[in-house]
Ligand binder design. Structure first.
Ligand SMILES: [Fe+2]
Ligand SMILES: [Fe+2]
Length: 191
């Protein structure tokens, strides 16, 4: 399906219907930030809007349903991923987008799939969606100003900063590190 055919108003109302008010507001902010970053880094703004509206579309589904969607998409979780249900919703959204909405654009599916864990060799579009989610207007965490400035300057160093923070946090909390996040960390160390 060509991006021009996506009905953004339909996607917005789908997000409104599927998400709590708080997460819908987050989603609205991510769409706006994704538009901004896509323009800055020369990505397709239409695709960025689609990814933005749908990135968290499965986040409030029961875990069993999230598992069903990602399985239908052909994903098999390893033991680390199985222990991290908060990372399932991006993979589940791929199944939902493809099978329920007929969205089969590989760029959009890939960016949504990895918007939580990141992965090695991300495209600029993947980075835009990842950073839009991390630096949307309503986000508030101690490093947000630094993170926003980095995201506005260059995606590579911003991703490196994000990965160092994310993996450091997992280590401190004695949580497993998925292969995708581990590969992302190694990949972004070059910046
Ligand atoms: Fe998410
Ligand atoms: Fe999000």
């Amino acid at each position: 399906m060509a991006v021009l055919e996506y009905d953004l108003e339909k996607l917005e109302s789908l997000a409104r219907k599927n998400l709590s008010a708080k997460r819908f507001y987050h989603t609205q902010c991510v769409v706006r930030r994704a538009e901004e970053l896509a323009e800055r880094y020369g990505c397709d703004i239409g695709k960025a809007r689609v990814a933005g509206w749908l990135h968290d579309i499965c986040k409030e589904l029961p875990r069993g349903e999230q598992l069903q969607w990602l399985t239908k998409f052909g994903i098999i979780l390893d033991s680390v991923q199985l222990g991290q249900p908060k990372t399932w919703h991006g993979m589940a959204a791929c199944g939902y987008m493809k099978l329920e909405l007929g969205i089969d654009d590989p760029e959009i599916l890939h960016a949504v799939r990895y918007h939580t864990t990141a992965c090695g060799e991300m495209t600029v579009f993947d980075e835009v969606i990842y950073l839009a989610d991390l630096t949307s207007a309503e986000r508030d965490y101690p490093d947000i100003d630094t993170m926003r400035k980095l995201a506005d300057t260059a995606t590579g160093p911003a991703m490196k900063y994000a990965m160092c923070y994310a993996l450091g946090d997992l280590v401190i909390r004695e949580q497993g590190i998925s292969r995708d996040s581990f590969e992302a960390y190694n990949y972004y160390l070059r910046y």
